[in-house]
Design a protein around this ligand. Structure first.
Ligand code: G6P
Length: 605
């Protein structure tokens, strides 16, 4: 949520910061701004997506070798010019950008207003810059004022500040929200993640919670909130920079859907060992695994849907009890956790605030934690006891696609691994399952053969106001995911249900205007799902079936998918529902990669 960026060095700051905030736009895109220092403090900000704002106000007119920038996802205060960052002190000497939430901003604001400070925005952020100003007016240096301010604010914050009277310094802090420094030659970059930094330098410093730093063009001094100096290692990023471009695709989302045969391959590459899976960073020894009595899987959004399927895998393949929890609910139910439990956290970004809180809850209760994360070096990847990187590559489209199938691939492998070690899965079965997985990328390619059919269906139904998605067993979470994709990018109201639950309520909604998308491969519940379909047809609902069955007709529309094992079917059946959402959103002229109100990384509760 919100992307922040800063630069200090020999080059013009504005072009670098503009490029950075564009690359961070997946974090929020309702307004943006940049400030630079060149003798005086100048800034520009506006409401809307960065390209549109830039066209209107031309950020590159800002001059100076030091600057800060921001792309916003509104929490406190509507998206507007006045609420866009940077925010400034009353006298206009200090500027800050912030990602996160200042939870005690209301109390602080009252005190500051009493003290004569004038607020120009409705944001929680603005209290920070007035606090710094207040403390400087009391005789503190900028560094002292910044450090003291950090003790007064509560919540989640990554902040960069600069002061006109100290034109060679940036002040940064990280508490819960992510922040990375990039160390170049006589220049230092700051950003919410490494994505924009990696094009300038491969040397990065991941700041940790409580770190605050004074940054010059050739040095950075990091202290913790108790003002004790701390050393943070420089991480050298791998040389294989992945190009961030849409290639020939119109949207990142479509590109990412089509990448799935390759991204899945990367999730299992090097992790198959004849009749078992193998992992490098799981950090679970055989005795630990044998003791596991229950696995708790948690995540948010699409990652939570992947958890649901993971829960089925772990019970059915490893024969270990599995429980799935929304990360946002987990800690509030004061969960009963013990040393024989294992917490598995799924996250694309590795920085979702609720998922981080779930890990903290488990750690406090002495439970081992495993992360299945895409972004290397992200906060979740660094805080768990062990993990599996997905290697799906950058996912830029806000609606997650390839991460879902990579998560399922990793969960499938993990279930095989746990099942083999605890003796609940035979060598032969494991071998067969691993072989099935190796053939999966080609099967995914076959699903793309249905794309013309999917486009026709999208063209027929894109004006619908509602849609229902049904599935059973492994394909029930796919129904949830299909409905979520449609909601996220086309703004059509959609619900996912286990097919048999439909008659307990949703059936009341069915009439000739209701498209019902049914995920119905020929599995052990196929005949039961067919009965559920008849219940829809009898009420004149329009049935769109995603099926392996070549012979079926009598439905309004059929999307054919190839046959694979029951376990792997959700990795196949989700592809047409991703494509259907995509083409419906395209028909509706929606901004597919940047859907309204959403952000890819949700770093606030
Ligand atoms: C946001 C994104 C979703 C994502 C969810 C969880 O809501 O828009 O696409 O599934 O966060 O994110 P994570 O990075 O933890 O998987």
């Amino acid at each position: 949520m919100c992307g922040i960026a800063a630069y200090i060095g020999q080059k013009e700051a504005a072009p670098i910061i503009l490029d950075f905030i564009k690359k961070l736009e997946y974090r929020g895109y309702d307004s943006c701004g940049i400030a630079t220092l060149n003798g005086s403090l100048t800034y520009k900000k506006g409401t809307g997506k960065i390209d549109d704002v830039d066209q209107k106000i031309n950020f590159l007119n800002l001059k100076g070798n030091i600057g800060i920038g921001h792309t916003r996802w509104a929490t406190h205060g509507e998206p507007s010019d006045k609420n866009a960052h940077p925010h400034f002190s009353c006298e206009g000497n200090i500027a800050i950008v912030h990602n996160g939430i200042i939870e005690n901003s209301e109390e602080l604001k009252k005190i500051l207003i009493k003290g004569g400070h004038e607020f120009r925005s409705e944001t929680d952020t603005e209290v920070v810059v007035h606090l710094i100003e207040d403390l400087i007016n009391e005789g503190n240096t900028m560094e002292e004022a910044f450090a003291k301010t950090l003790k007064l604010i509560q919540g989640a914050f990554a902040i960069v500040a600069m002061n006109k009277n100290e034109p060679n310094r940036l002040y940064v802090v990280k508490q819960s929200s992510p922040l990375v420094l990039g160390v170049g030659d006589n220049e230092i970059f700051v950003a919410s993640d490494v994505l924009p930094i990696q094009l300038h330098t491969n040397k990065v410093v991941y700041l940790q919670d409580g770190d605050f730093a004074v940054v010059t063009n050739n040095d950075y001094k990091i202290k913790n909130l108790s003002e004790i100096k701390v050393n943070r290692e420089i991480t050298i990023l791998s040389e294989n920079l992945e190009e961030i471009s849409k290639g020939d695709f119109e949207h990142f989302m479509l590109k990412e859907i089509y990448e799935q045969p390759e991204s899945i391959k990367r999730a299992f590459k090097g992790r198959i060992d004849k009749d078992n899976a193998k992992f490098g960073g799981l950090n679970l020894n055989i005795d630990d695994i044998k003791k596991i009595k229950r696995v708790v899987l948690t995540g948010c959004g699409t990652s939570w849907h992947a958890c649901l399927i993971g829960g089925y895998y772990i019970e059915e393949i490893s024969k270990i009890a599995a429980q799935v929890e929304y990360a946002s609910e987990f800690r509030y139910k004061n969960p009963v956790l013990g040393k024989d439990d294992l917490l598995i956290v799924l996250s694309q970004s590795g920085e979702t605030a609720d998922s981080i809180a779930a890990i903290q809850e488990a750690k406090e209760k002495g439970v081992k934690t495993i992360g299945l994360v895409n972004v290397v070096g992200s906060p979740i990847a660094r805080m768990v006891d062990g993990g599996i990187y997905l290697h799906a590559g950058h996912e830029i489209g806000v609606a997650s696609t390839k991460t879902f199938t990579s998560h399922l691939t990793a969960l499938y492998l993990l279930s095989i691994y746990l099942g083999r070690i605890n003796g609940n899965l035979s060598k032969e079965k494991a071998k067969e399952m691993l072989n099935d997985l190796e053939n999966l990328p080609d099967k995914i390619k076959e699903t793309f053969n249905s794309v013309e059919e999917i486009k026709k269906i999208a063209n027929k139904y894109f004006k619908s106001k509602n849609a229902l998605y049904l599935g059973r067993h492994y394909n029930f979470p796919v129904a949830l995911e299909g409905a979520l994709k449609l909601k996220e990018i086309s703004y059509i109201h959609a619900e996912g249900y286990p097919a048999a639950e439909m008659k307990h309520g949703p059936i009341a909604l069915i009439d000739e205007n209701m498209p019902v998308i049914v995920i119905a491969p020929e599995d052990r519940l196929y005949s039961k799902v067919m009965s559920n379909i008849q219940e829809v047809k009898s009420r004149k609902g329009k049935v769109i079936v995603v099926t392996t069955d070549e012979s079926k007709n009598g439905f309004d529309e059929i999307i054919k998918i190839p046959k694979v094992s029951e376990f792997l079917m959700p990795i196949i059946s989700v592809v047409p529902v991703q494509l259907l959402a995509y083409y419906i959103a395209k028909e509706r002229n929606c901004d597919i990669d940047k859907p309204r109100n959403l952000a890819k990384s949700v770093t606030v509760e």
